[in-house]
Write a protein that binds this ligand. Structure first.
Ligand code: NAD
Length: 499
């Protein structure tokens, strides 16, 4: 059995705590590795090393730091196949999805190569007699990030790329379920020239997370994962005086207006609802057709598409639409919620509960499900299912559909499908949700915009990547200076005449 490691001070390091987590291959259900779970002492050692390494790294000019990231991009492209395979083996997503995961992280790294431009301060010449004023963006020191299982490459890169571009050292605590790719990423960054200790990986569970939240040297904490943990980390991190940003769960609604292109809407729902087995924070899990006629047309288009979906292991090649969910516990939770939907009176139009894949009976596969006539009081509507399950809530009017999405406690992403520009504009302006698609089902902003939800989907002031990341990972210092040569008698400006 493979025993995974931490990555501390430029080397793979065995765990000392004696506690381990099982890492599964979700397609076969087998345990493929053991992951050490760090204790507070192991975390403290990494913080000490990070703190020492950060001094030299912050003193390295931004352009040199950016060059390391440039080289890192080349290495990510070189090792794309290897990274995708390792990612699919632990996560279960298809190889094209795994490559997309690496690619979206890579794009954030590319954006961070612009650090010299982004870190330029502001300057006011002659704010008073002989007085100039300037501001600079300085690194925070040691930052930490705690990441979820569903994007093991992209989300760590969302955090550590801007953090190190800004001159911080970074400690990453990845998900216990998909830890191999983060370990590969730190090795690649050091191959690209990152000094050891600037990025380290400490594997662990709540014990390591609490040690991060309580360590006085760590200045900032980024988190992405489920909402209850996001709230917990935000509260404890802030009360310990850290800068914290936490991104939580989702329940993304897609409103389908009667004038929408129904084939386009159905295709979009298949990709956004069932892609990556629904394990995306930007997955659409609720379809809201406006009017019964629209609902009937939509369901009619969806059913044959869902029945054609191919569920299988990533090793089966490119025609697999989605793979297993991440653990047996995740599968059990999803099936439990589906049963609750049936008990609470929703109509299960496509029932995947008996789905079995020959040769992979112990894998964590879940067949696709479609519910119709779901109501807002049902658990399948209120909770995030995070599986291949699409719920249809019928609305009579656009206003009712809008209110439904607005009243849900989650506010990560949403979409509207319509041909009417006025309705689309109204929706984009009024909806209280952070990321909005107009005829785009998964409106994930590109690296140079920012990513973040509203309501219970995000805690903190700044979003991920884009210009916000440079604000989150730096603090501003403003200097006011006065030099006597700028003063003339009487306090007016003058410029020395050239001799
Ligand atoms: P999770 O909350 O279970 O775990 C996330 C991280 O928190 C992991 O590193 C884990 O070790 C740690 N953790 C778990 N329990 C903890 C505890 N009790 N105390 C301290 N730390 C703890 O989430 P997950 O299952 O890995 O990921 C899926 C969730 O992430 C979904 O809710 C999904 O919507 C959300 N997500 C959100 C975004 C976003 O940008 N909003 C992006 C991706 C995923």
């Amino acid at each position: 059995m493979q025993e995974l490691t931490h990555y501390i001070n430029g080397a793979h390091v065995k765990g000392q705590s004696g506690r381990f987590a099982d890492v599964f291959n979700p397609a076969t259900g087998e345990v493929q590795a053991k992951l050490p779970l760090a204790n507070a002492e192991e975390l403290a050692l990494a913080v000490q090393i990070a703190s020492d390494a950060q001094i030299g790294w912050a003193a390295t000019n931004p352009q040199r730091r950016a060059r390391v990231l440039m080289k890192f991009v080349d290495l990510l492209n070189r090792d794309m196949d290897k990274l995708a395979e390792a990612l699919s083996r632990e996560h279960g997503k298809t190889i094209p999805d795994a490559k997309g995961d690496v690619q979206r992280g890579l794009e954030v790294v590319e954006y961070c190569i612009g650090a010299p431009q982004m870190l330029k301060g502001e300057f006011t010449d002659g704010a008073g007699p002989g007085i100039d004023m300037y501001s600079m963006r300085q690194p925070l020191g040691v930052s930490a990030g705690i990441t979820p299982f569903n994007f093991p490459a992209m989300i760590p890169m969302w955090m550590f790329a801007p953090a190190i571009a800004c001159g911080n050292a970074f400690i990453l605590k990845p998900s216990e379920r998909a830890p191999s790719v983060p370990l590969m990423l730190v090795e690649l960054l050091e191959e690209a020239g990152l000094p050891k200790g600037v990025l380290q990986v400490v594997n662990g569970d709540k014990e390591a997370v609490d040690a991060i939240l309580d360590h006085p040297v760590i200045q900032s904490v980024g988190f992405v994962g489920s909402t209850p943990i996001a709230e917990y980390i935000y509260g404890r991190g802030c009360s310990n005086g850290k800068r914290v940003q936490c991104f939580g769960g989702a329940k993304n609604h897609m409103i389908v207006m009667p004038d929408a292109d129904m084939d386009q809407a159905a295709d979009a729902l298949i990709g956004a609802g069932y892609g990556a087995a629904g394990e995306r924070c930007m997955a659409i899990s609720v379809a809201v057709p406006v009017g019964d006629e629209t609902a009937d047309r939509l369901i009619e288009k969806l059913v044959p598409r869902i029945e054609k979906l191919k569920v299988g292991p990533y090793t089966a090649g490119n025609d697999v639409d989605y793979g297993p969910v991440v653990t047996a516990a995740a599968k059990e939770k999803i099936l439990g919620l589906i049963n609750s939907g049936v008990e609470q009176g929703a109509e299960l139009v496509v029932d995947g509960r008996d789905f079995q894949l020959q040769g992979y009976e112990d894998g964590f596969f879940v067949g696709p499900h479609l519910f119709d006539k779901v109501t807002p009081d049902m658990d399948i509507y209120k909770q995030e299912i995070f599986g291949p399950v699409l719920s249809t809530v019928r609305a009579e009017t656009y206003e009712e559909a809008l209110k439904l999405a607005m009243d849900h406690e989650m506010g990560n992403g949403t979409a509207i499908f319509t041909r009417d520009g006025d309705t689309a504009r109204d929706f984009a302006h009024r909806i209280n949700i952070g990321m909005v698609g107009i005829n785009v089902p998964i409106p994930v902003p590109l690296a140079y915009h920012t990513f973040g939800g509203w309501k219970k989907s995000a805690f903190g002031d700044l979003n991920q990547h884009g210009p916000d990341a440079f604000k989150f990972y730096t603090r501003t210092k403003t200097v006011t200076s006065r030099w006597p040569s700028g003063l003339k008698e009487g306090g007016e400006f003058h410029f020395k005449a050239m001799d």
